[in-house]
Design a protein around this ligand. Structure first.
Ligand SMILES: Nc1ncnc2c1ncn2[C@@H]1O[C@H](COP(=O)(O)OP(=O)(O)O)[C@@H](O)[C@H]1O
Ligand SMILES: [Mg+2]
Length: 294
């Protein structure tokens, strides 16, 4: 039975495909299988740049209405993996994604799936706040306009800014440039811009690393609110942040080939955040979390 909401499907209504069940799936139970009906599911995902593998062998299921944190040392492929989840790597010359990546059961990389639609359903927020050099209003209205929405824009803008906990601070100056806001406000504007097209997932790549502690707390509170409506995958180098905001944590490491010096990322362990932080199964996870190496 197909219980997916049509509004969250990647193909036009009426075009349906039976999810294929491969032999490999049936044969390889994993601990992460405990996630029933994940919004995103990665099977043996690898990403390479110019033929060199940056990260490989990733099996991961992202639960709905939870915050999943990706942690690990610099260069282990967290940003690379995050970008694979909404086909952002398509925009990088030489980047190649293999394996299976599914959103609501649909193959994100199927030939008839529109990457623009993928990025609408699975939005992204970057490390450095990057509002467009446009008004606050136009920043938020940008996505809906692009997808052909012309009516009710005022409501969409207001609702998105309310959801991003920014409305009260900007409601009197919507025509002002987004670039005049503080860093923390700019980041919430970028979140409002992502929310305006009503995504089901938001990917966040170190969203607080350019912000002061007060602005960081505002974003963390906002993330906790947002998960009522959607699912979040967040890359963070801040262990305390992962512990504070996430329900699940994936720890990655980077392996160095002694002959070539090439570094390849690998998922070490994925579990409930409390488990990762208090009784990790892999000594590498514990070592990283307690600061012994990484
Ligand atoms: N656009 C790119 N072109 C080529 N190599 C890249 C690109 N982006 C990242 N890489 C390489 O992929 C590996 C993982 O990088 P990245 O995903 O940025 O790691 P992290 O976010 O965990 O620090 C690194 O070796 C990096 O040099
Ligand atoms: Mg990164």
């Amino acid at each position: 039975m197909d219980h997916r909401a049509t509004t969250n499907a990647l193909r036009p209504q009426g075009v349906t495909r039976q999810p294929e069940v491969t032999h490999q799936e049936a044969a390889s139970p994993r601990p992460s299988r405990e996630v029933a009906d994940p919004v995103l599911r990665l099977d043996d995902v690898a990403v390479s740049y110019g033929g060199l593998t940056a990260i490989q062998g990733v099996n991961l299921e992202v639960p709905r209405h939870e915050i999943t944190a990706l942690i690990g040392p610099s260069g282990c492929g967290k940003s690379t993996l995050l970008r694979s989840m909404n086909r952002m790597n398509d925009l990088i010359a030489g980047a190649k994604v293999t394996g299976r990546l599914r959103y609501n059961g649909e193959d994100v990389y199927a030939s008839d799936v529109d990457p623009v639609e993928v990025r609408r359903r699975i939005g992204m927020v970057f490390q450095k706040p990057n509002p467009f050099p446009k008004s606050i209003y136009d920043n938020v209205a940008f996505g809906p306009k692009l997808s052909g929405v012309n009516r009710g824009l005022d409501d969409i803008v207001e609702r998105s800014l309310v959801r991003a906990a920014l409305w009260d601070e900007v409601k009197g100056k919507l025509k002002q440039s987004g670039l005049t806001l503080s860093g923390g406000q700019q980041q919430r504007l970028c979140i409002a811009r992502a929310l305006a097209v009503d995504p089901q997932v938001i990917l966040m790549d170190e969203p607080c690393s350019a912000l002061d502690p007060v602005a960081t707390m505002a974003i963390e509170d906002l993330m906790a609110d947002m998960r009522q409506d959607l699912s979040i995958v967040v890359v963070t180098h801040n262990m305390q942040q992962a512990a504070r905001v996430s329900q699940r944590t994936a720890f990655f490491t980077v392996n160095v080939d002694e002959a070539t010096g090439h570094r390849t990322g690998e998922l070490v362990e994925y579990d409930r955040t409390a488990t990762i932080f208090t009784k990790a199964s892999d000594s590498r996870t514990e070592g990283y979390i307690t600061g012994r190496f990484g």
